[in-house]
Write a protein that binds this ligand. Structure first.
Ligand code: ATP
Ligand code: MG
Length: 255
């Protein structure tokens, strides 16, 4: 297993946001985490990335415990989440933002720059090609030379996604990547996520768009009031009366 949560709990004062959660995420899968508002999904992401400390339990990534580590160290080990729109380099171009994310893990690049080696120039060329391909897949290539700060909000969101996908992280955590997108943008984004899975990445996804979740995910874990109430394939989950009662029924009546 790539990721394992062992009996993880998080309390905020008297509020039990996550209680005794144990789950595993297999490599090269898209794993959905769903449930009603306030179920604890974003809290789980904050625990995974080290933004919040656990109240109890442990999190293991690639066989090593990561709970208790600083967010920067967890990121360095290969868990990345969507960049917030505010962390874009607004004065830099769209292309340079993606190049920066691509180079987050290329620690030797700086030294090579000084030396101007052929190896560096090769890497630079392939980084540019990869950045441009990612931008094209999210229909941002025409905007490659725009300043990131000039993009409309929607395109900034797509750029944030391109950046997290550009990092070398094996596990990418996405909290509602489709929220606010048009149907076409959702379709594009879903295609990019499938391509990344095919390339070997693992994606942990929180999303309220049930058609997307059911179409994308290999496995789905359902939380309600911080407790795991079901886990299985999209087909299992859609037919599970407990899930329909707690969540899917409510989503249908909202739609
Ligand atoms: N930093 C915090 N301090 C106090 N309470 C918090 C904090 N973060 C989350 N909570 C509470 O923990 C519970 C779970 O919230 P969380 O944001 O994880 O839910 P969610 O499943 O992501 O919901 P949504 O679908 O609305 O995004 C909620 O009751 C929320 O108010
Ligand atoms: Mg949330």
């Amino acid at each position: 297993m790539l990721l394992e949560l062992r009996d993880v709990s998080k309390r905020f004062g008297g509020l039990h946001a996550v209680t005794g959660l144990s789950m595993t995420v297999a490599p090269r899968t898209i794993h959905g985490l769903i449930g009603p508002n306030g179920a604890g999904k974003s809290t789980v992401f904050n625990l995974l990335t080290g933004v919040l400390p656990l109240s109890s339990g442990e999190i293991v990534f690639k066989g090593a415990r990561v709970s208790g580590l600083r967010p920067s160290e967890i990121c360095r080990r290969g868990i990345a989440r969507t960049f917030q729109a505010t962390t874009l380099f607004r004065e830099s171009t769209v292309l340079d933002n993606v190049l920066l994310a691509l180079q987050l893990h290329a620690a030797t690049a700086f030294v090579s720059t000084l030396l101007g080696t052929a190896a560096y120039r090769d890497r630079e060329r392939s980084a540019r090609a990869r950045a441009r391909a990612l931008l094209a897949s999210l229909r941002l290539l025409d905007l490659a030379d725009e300043r990131a700060g000039n993009l409309p909000h929607r395109d900034q969101k797509a750029l944030c996604l391109a950046m997290v996908l550009a990092t070398a992280a094996e596990l990418v955590i996405l909290d509602e990547p489709l929220a606010g997108l048009t149907a076409q943008e959702s379709t594009d984004t879903m295609a990019v996520l499938r391509t990344l899975r095919a390339e070997g990445k693992t994606i942990l996804l929180v999303e309220h768009d049930m058609r997307a979740v059911m179409g994308l995910c290999d496995v789905i874990t359902v939380l309600d009031h911080g407790v795991l109430i079901a886990e299985g394939t999209p087909r299992d989950i859609q037919a599970n009366p407990v899930v329909i009662e707690a969540y899917l029924g409510a989503e249908e009546s909202r739609a």
